[in-house]
Design a binder for this molecule. Structure first.
Ligand SMILES: Nc1ncnc2c1ncn2[C@@H]1O[C@H](COP(=O)(O)OP(=O)(O)OP(=O)(O)O)[C@@H](O)[C@H]1O
Ligand SMILES: [Mg+2]
Length: 282
């Protein structure tokens, strides 16, 4: 019996090759697409392969968590996927746009208009009001600073009454909610979050994660989040596990306990391999 091709493969057949860049054409429906992405630091014997050939497609409207031991390449992955760092090889597409050949100005413009960022340290400007912080991406992108839009996203994160406050007058959790509102304001193709709950207590962390979940489920946002915390990763649709610069495992809709168990297994395996010595085949 012949098996029907999967949707993805059919899309790939249709897509063919992008003749301008020479790379396979974008797969429809993917918000983030990495093909053969490598990032190395240094040369010769001391070369570090921070990303050792990553292939990945994240559909629009999904919430993905990335976990892995310290040094496994999580930050490098996020930076390359978000156009903040340049891969040594391979192709990165965001919302169907190939970003690999872009110059600095084009990348900056793309990040401002089509990506949202949420960092561990909130990164709000203390001298601006909450509303001004939320409108900052529009201001930087040279777009109209739509106060109605600011009010709408602040309402979505439950801070409608805090528009005129300054970040210093808010709790940590509220500040991170402002950062989420700021990430949502441009209706970006992808929101990248790097340890967004690293500085928050458990209860406040759950509020922020609930907001990201809500953005995916009701606003159609796409979220990619790096985290060390299995409880945070459990809010995602899918957890990807990085080990030594490559995706080694994944879990769909896992509980915090199952995610923690996978992490323990992965860390044990990575240590065992390191102990066996580099270059030794398994
Ligand atoms: N600028 C750099 N120069 C040289 N090596 C680097 C540089 N940045 C990262 N690396 C190396 O690349 C590898 C991956 O680093 P990365 O920061 O992506 O790990 P990570 O998974 O984010 O770790 P952590 O959980 O500790 O934040 C590590 O071996 C690291 O030492
Ligand atoms: Mg890191």
């Amino acid at each position: 019996m012949r098996l029907r091709k999967g949707k993805r493969q059919q899309a790939g057949d249709r897509a063919g090759v992008d003749h301008r860049s020479g790379t396979p054409a974008a797969t429809p429906g993917l918000a983030v697409e990495l093909r053969g992405v490598r990032r190395q630091y240094g040369r010769g014997a001391g070369t570090v392969h921070a990303l050792a050939g990553v292939d990945l497609g994240l559909p629009r409207g999904t919430f993905t968590a990335v976990m892995g031991p310290s040094g496994s390449g999580k930050s490098t992955f996020l930076q390359c996927a978000a156009g903040l760092d340049r891969p040594s090889a391979g192709s990165v597409r965001l919302g169907g746009t190939e970003i690999t050949g872009m110059n600095e100005n084009e990348l900056t413009e793309l990040r401002r208009s089509r990506l949202g960022f949420v960092f561990q340290a909130f990164n709000l400007l203390p001298s601006l009001t909450v509303e001004q912080n939320v409108l900052l991406p529009l201001r930087l992108a040279g777009q109209r600073q739509d106060r109605g839009r600011a009010a709408a996203v602040l309402a979505q994160v439950g801070l409608a009454d805090k528009a005129r406050r300054r970040p210093g007058e808010l709790s940590g959790g509220q500040q991170q909610r402002v950062a989420v509102a700021r990430a949502l304001v441009t209706t970006p193709d992808v929101i990248f979050a790097d340890e967004p709950t690293g500085a928050l207590d458990t209860g406040t962390a759950a509020e922020v994660l609930g907001l990201l979940r809500h953005a995916v489920d009701t606003l159609g946002a796409t979220v990619v989040m790096v985290t060390h915390d299995p409880a945070a990763a459990a809010w995602a649709d899918r957890v990807l596990f990085l080990a030594d610069g490559a995706f080694a495992d994944q879990l769909e809709r896992g509980s915090a306990e199952r995610i923690a168990a996978r992490m323990t297994a992965l860390t044990g395996r990575t240590r065992a391999m390191a102990g066996a010595g580099a270059g030794v085949a398994a």
